[in-house]
Design a protein around this ligand. Sequence first.
Ligand SMILES: Cc1ncc(COP(=O)(O)O)c(C=O)c1O
Length: 407
Amino acid sequence: MPNISMRAKETPSSPIRKLAPLCVQAEQAGKTVYRLNIGQPDLATPQSFMDGVRKSTIEVLSYSPSQGLPETLLSLCRYYAEHDIKLTEDEIIITIGGSEAFMFAMKAVMDPGDEVIIPEPFYPNYRGYARLVDVTVVPITTYAEDGFHLPPPVEMEKKITSRTKAILFSNPGNPTGVTYSEKELAHFVYLAEKYDLFLISDEVYREFVYDGAHMSILAFDSVSDRTILVDSISKRISACGARIGMVASHNREVMEALLKMAQGRLSPPTFGQLGLNSFLSSPYNRTEVAAMIEQFHRRRDTVYSEISDIPGIVCKKPEGAFYLFPKLPIDDSEDFARWLLAEFDDKGETVMIAPGSGFYHTPGKGSDEIRLAYVLDEDVLVRAIEVFRCGLAEYQKLRSPLKTIYR
Ligand SMILES: Cc1ncc(COP(=O)(O)O)c(C=O)c1O
């Protein structure tokens, strides 16, 4: 049998989903599992979005234009204008989720062998995709003690080589919830100008900011020809299954390259675009999003207060997204995550968490960290963190100093 490619072999599997079989076994054994591992919003998708799909009168489900439906592009321009971002219709391409948007962006500006700087811990699919296109990831490590904010520019500068082509970051961040200040973004801008780099800013959580305001990379006029915005409605309006994202830039050459890629995959999903258009045309759209943000804000406060009460945990309050990335007083969070599912329960209940190491590029990092997603109702979250606290205490007693591995 012929071999599959090295690329395919070396593409890492999702750290968020790899414990799924243990979760299924736990549930089959009758346990309730609180899923704190996955960033899938639980809130209802707005009615106006659903109406756009349900009330559609199209008879032939044809390809939409590769760039997206004109009316949806226009609605998006209005949306961005309301958020102080000036984009014209020819500066936006609708993609199959934010996933396709960042893949297109990376492919449009980088060749095999080029290097991309990414603050770690980061969204694991960046690494998977970088491997698929033979781009080398150069991480800038950030730390729980600093709330995962960026190191000083001199530290970042040390990572730049003649092969560095771009800096990629998510803001607000998955998995940490960190939201960069204007000053931090200005550091990226400074480096991009000094070393002739592209800045790819993944802003799929752009409206989920609870302390202070979010600043888009597109707000920096001096680098408008070297910035690419990645965006998505998956999280923003709880529409992960619509598979609608966007990639946008003021750079014409970049847009032409992106459009060729968009044409290569023919078209983005028609129903998702109709839904989005209907949602953005609804007079209630901003109030609906505001209500979602309010709910996540309360959840953030609740989870943070419960987590920071647990002895030995290092966790600064994350400013945005819907994740916490606490550092725990253990040394193998993957073993802990498996043990929680396979061995532990508190009154028949346990939790599923995402081990931290899969969010790092640097080997060995993250083995004492985990990602928690707060995508459950507040009262459920309170109970889930209580179960987590019991599990952590029991695991610490069991595992120190002996260690059994459940694999
Ligand atoms: C930072 C970040 N970017 C992009 C995505 C991709 O989202 P989608 O393809 O559903 O828009 C995610 C999903 O979790 C994410 O967390």
